[in-house]
Design a protein around this ligand. Sequence first.
Ligand SMILES: N[C@@H]1[C@@H](O)[C@H](O)[C@@H](COP(=O)(O)O)O[C@@H]1O
Length: 260
Amino acid sequence: MEVVIVPDAVAGGELIAEAIATLVRRKPEALLGVATGSTPLPIYEALATKVRAGAVDASRARICQLDEYVGLPAGHPESYRSVVLREVVEPLGLDESAFMGPDGTAEDVPAACEAYDKALRDAGGVDLQLLGIGTDGHIGFNEPCSSLASRTRIKTLTQQTREDNARFFDSLDEVPHHVITQGIGTILEARHLVLLATGEGKADAVAQAVEGPVAALVPASALQLHRHATVVVDEAAASKLKLAEYFRATYAAKPEWQGL
Ligand SMILES: N[C@@H]1[C@@H](O)[C@H](O)[C@@H](COP(=O)(O)O)O[C@@H]1O
């Protein structure tokens, strides 16, 4: 696992956007897994700026979703499908046909989950999966004690996560209890995992994920099992890392050709 400490969220966004641009230059039809929440927005903004400036041609890239609420009406502005179309697909100038995600409106949720895992496989697998981290250490919507081998499935949100996400809804009552999320086993199949965490509120979760034991209690610790995982953190989110100086020195000495 590589840990990169950046000065702030904008620098993190720029660094990761450049890694995505490098991937897309090498593999124009790359499948990019995107995360929702506030944290990845600087990545999407930096990437869209590169596309508009002609620094990268992302017109053949494909986008896939990490997770989704269950039971929101189709087209609800806070369904993750709507969020990803609004924040990623449209700003990159892509068509909706370049996008895939689990169907949170399906009557048969288990079948929708299985279909999504199959769709990811049929698409050739995810090349680069962006991740955020919940204050309880979740990735996607894999809450604490999710199986590290889990596949895409339905999960029940913790009260903490519903409260964290209530800011996107008119009230806490409107935040769904159920979600579909790529499983931890599914996420670990992506070729490159890139987790961005910013702000002091994520410092404990980051320290446990990076420096704690691999444990289902801290789903993000599963990144330790992946052979190409990159954790990008700002100073505040890095503030509880014991090895921060080592991570800084390692990154400073890294040959530029290696990229992320
Ligand atoms: N399902 C999403 C996660 O993918 C995201 O990482 C997390 C943190 O969001 P934020 O970046 O807004 O803190 O929120 C939600 O639970």
